[in-house]
Design a protein around this ligand. Structure first.
Ligand code: PHE
Length: 453
């Protein structure tokens, strides 16, 4: 079977379009909502350093491998794997990478959309002036009222799912590419404005101290696993999102340089988000370990007090929605592309089916914040379970399989040809990381969590 030269779904019009789309996928709720609260819960500096270590040692090599696979296969992750297995004479079992990726994407989006819905609701609250001069208790109540009302949550979740599916239905160029071109620069600008506020309103030094002074006594196996999961989640790795975006990349773009740009932008935004949020936490004497509600309990305090807070607050939550939006399209794109390829469905119909299934699963997350709070497995709610299962298990396992597949199963000639790297030293370092460091490191983390070592 020959190598396809273009995807039937389209191709990015420029290399920058790919960088923006991949950065759009990577930068999302994971950076602005999740990273700060995970760092807050897991001891700050030590978590941040371990997370960055995982980005470099596992994230970058796997990201390059994913783009490489996608660009070679030029189809949805499921079919890309099928084709690559044939070409490389590999066992069909590697096809699991594609299937587990599609499943992980749907599961992640099911709860991602609910949280994005919170952000949508805050756009409205902020725009209506509800945050003006809000105090800590009121901010807390506002958030509690939202999450304890399943009807509200379902409405926002539905709106967000609808927004996502509209873009996906429009396809690669007129949907995804157009969306990211405008949304990404705007997001970055707003984050800088927020940091400007945090810099000048106290608590900044404390925040820097918290985020960059490692206290390794806070580190245990679970923290290491969460940092690893967060590295994969944040870079959108291990489930085929970056793979499918790679499949729309033209043959001449350099994979190494583009992925590096994406990884830097992604970790940069996570750190900036922490530097914007923790000063507000400290200067208001709030708890760092507040869990999933962290930014919704803290940011309104800043917006409520700053001059122009109505505008900036509203813009900020709009940007948060945008960040989530450009990620959510990449979560569902693998499933939609597969339906188009294998079932011959039109994109619109495929989007409706996938969107509906994801929406339905999302209802479980909606309930886990109110009526279903006590439906727990291993002490975790439905939402916590999904989050743990996808970020800490499915994505790293997917990453492990991808590293093994490209590092050991694919022929080196194919890998070299696709990567077309000029610099041999960098190529060798990459291959070494992918073959040895990433898989061994990943296995060690897993083993230590199940307490084998
Ligand atoms: N990277 C996205 C974020 O940080 C989430 C995501 C995970 C998107 C996996 C696609 C695939 O919000």
């Amino acid at each position: 079977m020959s190598i396809p030269t273009a995807s039937i779904h389209g191709e990015w019009s420029t290399r920058l379009a790919f960088i923006l789309a991949a950065t759009g996928s990577a930068v999302g709720l994971g950076n602005i909502w999740k990273f700060p609260y995970m760092a807050g819960e897991n001891g700050g500096g030590a978590f941040v350093i371990i997370y960055l270590g995982f980005i470099i040692l596992f994230g970058l090599p796997v990201m390059m491998a994913e783009v490489l696979m996608g660009r070679r296969g030029r189809q949805s992750p499921i079919n890309t794997l099928k084709l690559l297995c044939q070409q490389e004479q590999a066992r069909a079992i590697w096809g699991l990478i594609g299937w587990s990726g599609v499943l992980a994407g749907v599961l992640i989006l099911s709860y991602y959309s609910v949280i994005a819905g919170w952000s949508l609701s805050y756009v409205l609250e902020s725009g209506a002036g509800q945050l003006k001069n809000i105090d800590q208790r009121e901010a807390g109540n506002l958030f509690k009222q939202l999450i304890s009302d399943p009807v509200k949550l379902v409405v926002w979740h539905s709106i967000f799912m609808f927004m996502t599916m509209v873009v996906v239905a429009r396809g690669v160029n007129s949907g995804i590419e157009v969306a990211v071109r405008y949304l990404m620069p705007a997001l970055f600008l707003l984050l800088l404005i927020l940091i400007g506020y945090s810099l000048t309103h106290g608590g900044f030094a404390q925040a820097v101290d918290f985020m960059f002074t490692p206290d390794f006594s806070k580190i245990n196996q679970d923290v290491v696993l969460s940092a690893m999961g967060q590295a994969f989640f944040s870079l959108s790795l291990g489930m085929g999102a970056i793979m499918i975006y790679g499949s729309y990349l033209n043959k001449t773009a350099s994979i190494g340089k583009t992925t590096l740009a994406v990884a830097i932008a992604d970790s940069g935004v996570a750190i900036l988000a922490g530097l914007a949020i923790f000063p507000i936490v400290f200067s208001n004497g709030l708890e760092t370990a507040q869990g999933a509600g962290l930014i919704f309990n803290t940011l309104p305090l800043a917006f409520g007090q700053m001059s122009g807070g109505l505008l900036f607050g509203t813009l900020f939550f709009i940007m948060l929605v945008f960040a989530a939006w450009t990620s959510s399209i990449s979560l569902i794109e693998p499933a939609v592309a597969w339906l188009v390829e294998n079932r011959g469905l039109a994109r619109v119909r495929a989007s409706i089916y996938c969107g509906f299934a994801t929406w339905l699963i999302g209802l479980g997350t909606v309930l886990s914040f109110n009526y279903g709070q006590n439906w727990q497995i291993f002490g975790k709610t439905f939402f916590d379970c999904l989050d743990y299962l996808t970020s800490n298990i499915m994505l790293p396992l997917g990453g492990l399989m991808i590293a093994l597949f490209v590092g050991w199963v694919m022929k080196e000639t194919s890998v070299k040809e696709e990567l077309a790297m000029q610099n041999q030293v960098i190529y060798s370092i990459w291959l070494f990381l992918l073959r040895f460091v990433t898989p061994l490191g990943l296995v060690l983390v897993f083993l230590s969590v199940i307490e084998v070592i």
